[in-house]
Design a protein around this ligand. Structure first.
Ligand SMILES: N[C@@H](CCC(=O)N[C@@H](CS)C(=O)NCC(=O)O)C(=O)O
Length: 216
């Protein structure tokens, strides 16, 4: 079985949702909301020197970090789930493009946001600016992504892929879904469709619940 180092509401939720759709057995071996501090990050240190989630341990015991790499690797291991366009097909290039864009341009911003002191040091006066500007940058990146896509049922057409799951999860982080809807209206219907997937309703309730005000 697969084992995950993860946390409710974190990037591991995209990996867990993928395993739910694949139907492969998995366990969340270590629950570690790493953004809460050193104690939580240290729970991950043994498997990821970056002390970040998600981490996947394969049934063979191999350790994989980096959310996009994990998601892509899972689609290769479980082609029957058809959660990625196949190499050589029309949407493959854009699939890889946006699977790389999310961790490079969006996910990386949270390293700063979670602890502004990492860049601003003790100069607490800088923190509000840093939080504001990283939120704006994330929103801008969603807007740019939306401007380059022509979604149908899902982001790349009629096929649900791990890109849809990845975006549905990451778009719930700051600056939040309502802002995402306003900057990326063409992607809004898609993420709402992913939120509503019947096969994931129990899963979302457990790992990233739609609590009152969740879109704010
Ligand atoms: N490049 C990594 C980023 C992972 C990441 O930033 N994870 C967050 C949790 S959602 C984390 O562990 N943050 C703690 C930290 O960066 O110190 C990936 O794509 O998996």
């Amino acid at each position: 079985m697969y084992s995950i180092y993860g946390a409710a509401g974190s990037g591991s939720v995209a990996v867990e949702a993928t395993l739910e759709l694949i139907g492969a057995p998995y366990q969340v071996l270590v629950e570690a909301p790493t953004w809460e501090g050193e104690h939580q990050r240290n729970k991950v240190a043994a498997v990821n020197p970056m002390r970040q989630l998600p981490v996947l341990i394969t049934p063979d015991g191999e350790v994989i970090t980096e959310s996009a790499a994990i998601l892509l690797w899972l689609t290769e291991q479980h082609p029957e789930a058809a959660l990625a366009p196949l190499p050589g097909t029309a949407t493959r290039a854009q699939f890889l493009r946006w699977m790389s864009f999310i961790p490079a341009s969006i996910y990386s911003m949270y390293w700063v946001r979670d602890e502004p002191a990492r860049l601003a040091g003790d100069d607490t006066d800088l923190y509000p600016q840093l939080l504001l500007r990283t939120a704006d940058r994330i929103a801008q990146c969603w807007q740019i992504m939306a401007s380059q896509l022509a979604p149908a049922q899902f982001l790349l057409g009629e096929q649900l892929t791990v890109l849809d799951l990845y975006v549905a999860v990451a778009s719930r982080w700051t600056p939040g879904r309502n802002r995402f809807y306003s900057v990326a209206p063409l992607m809004a219907d898609v993420v709402k469709r992913v939120d509503a997937l019947p096969q994931l309703q129990n899963f979302w309730a457990r790992r990233f619940p739609f609590v009152p005000g969740w879109e704010d």
